[in-house]
Design a protein around this ligand. Sequence first.
Ligand SMILES: *Cc1c(COP(=O)(O)O)cnc(C)c1O
Length: 469
Amino acid sequence: MTDSRRTPPTALAPGPSSSARVAAAVRQAVGAGLLGERRPVAGFVDADGVRESVAALQDAFAGVPAVLHTFAAKASSLVPVLRLLAHCGMGCEVAGPGELRLALDAGFAPSMIVLDSPAKTRDDIRQALALGVALNADSLDEVRRIASLRPRSSASVIGLRVNPQVGGGSIGAMSTATVTSKFGVALRDPGAREHVAQAFAERTWLTRLHAHVGSQGCSLELIAAGVAEMYRLAEEINERLGTRQITSIDIGGGLPVNFEDDTVRPTFAAYAAALRAAVPGLFDGRYGLVTEFGRSLLAKNGFIGALVEYTKDAGDRRIALTHAGAQIATRTVLMPDAWPLRVGAFDGEGRPKDGPSLVQDIAGPCCFAGDVVAHARELPELREGDFVVLYDTGAYYFSTPWSYNSLPRPAVYGFSTAGGAAPDPGADTDADAVRFAPVRDAQSLESVAEESGAGHADSLLGLRPESAG
Ligand SMILES: *Cc1c(COP(=O)(O)O)cnc(C)c1O
């Protein structure tokens, strides 16, 4: 447990709305050539917004004696973003060797890292134990495996993930506390509570309970009910053992995000209030707390900008063919009802378009018919050379690409609209105040070829039957 670095209250003063900041960033990105004909799609991270979101989270839990807020790395597995979060006092939740590597590269101390994954290998476990990274076992079999690998002393905090089986939210694939979820020990199954209590009784180094009830689509009440269930179990086990062996509770992440407009709802404050109401004992300092938020910290702090390459009419539908499709907005394209996005229309100079609106499909560049990020959307008429913006895409979108059609991964830039360049009274002041920093370079075609086996180009030719001997 560590203190979270406090952010001065001034950082929370309401800045321009996120879409005003996006508009300033788009204008300047087009002006600077970060987005244009040669760079037809890019991701953007609002660094000021990230700081504000972290401060809001820290504020919501202010006064709780020992709390470690970790960021779920999968939501933005980009080293500069992770480093910014580390600087804001966050820890990092990782789900395997790749994310662990990124967290270490970003500068998180091992004591600030939590490893969760339902399929940790022996090597994953050995590495975490050697580093002193916290681990949450996903099953009792994994507890046994950890026991067999654990050196006599390890700085790692070791916990057990439970599934309170409180039910699912509105998106099945995001619901981790259903009766048959693959995660954690299913607590309501016959005998499960007893087996969990037994595991703690046998291993004094097992000191944490973990649950992550779900993500987008789960209500605060559902999440709070799951946490309450885990809290009751911790109390029960500690009472039975006659000692406070369980010293911390990892309540997971999963706060849903509003994708309909600029407002942040629910807020971290509302989440903390729901938890306080459902589980008052959680905040009294007897337990250290760990949180693992991803989407709610980053989603509204990023956007995708993409060029409109062509438009066409098909049937009675206008279609804008852009460079943002399933390779970057994968979930939205594959599950459009679960993951709708707001789309903004900008002209060739990056200024918001107005004018009469038209029903249009916003399609991507991939070669399959379903590659459409917004169906029948009413927007100012898009034309070749315009840009579209996909709002609220700061979490998951540009860090979890799909390499369909071998499309290269787009560049990602960070930006700040706070202060910066001295305002020039004659110029477009909004845009002038925007500063950019590279987060990830666009993928080169060399890299595309390399990850597609170019280094083994001849290998199959050598597998002729006669060479089998
Ligand atoms: C994905 C994940 C999170 C973060 O979920 P969000 O919905 O992005 O907040 C937290 N904990 C675990 C174990 C996860 O798998």
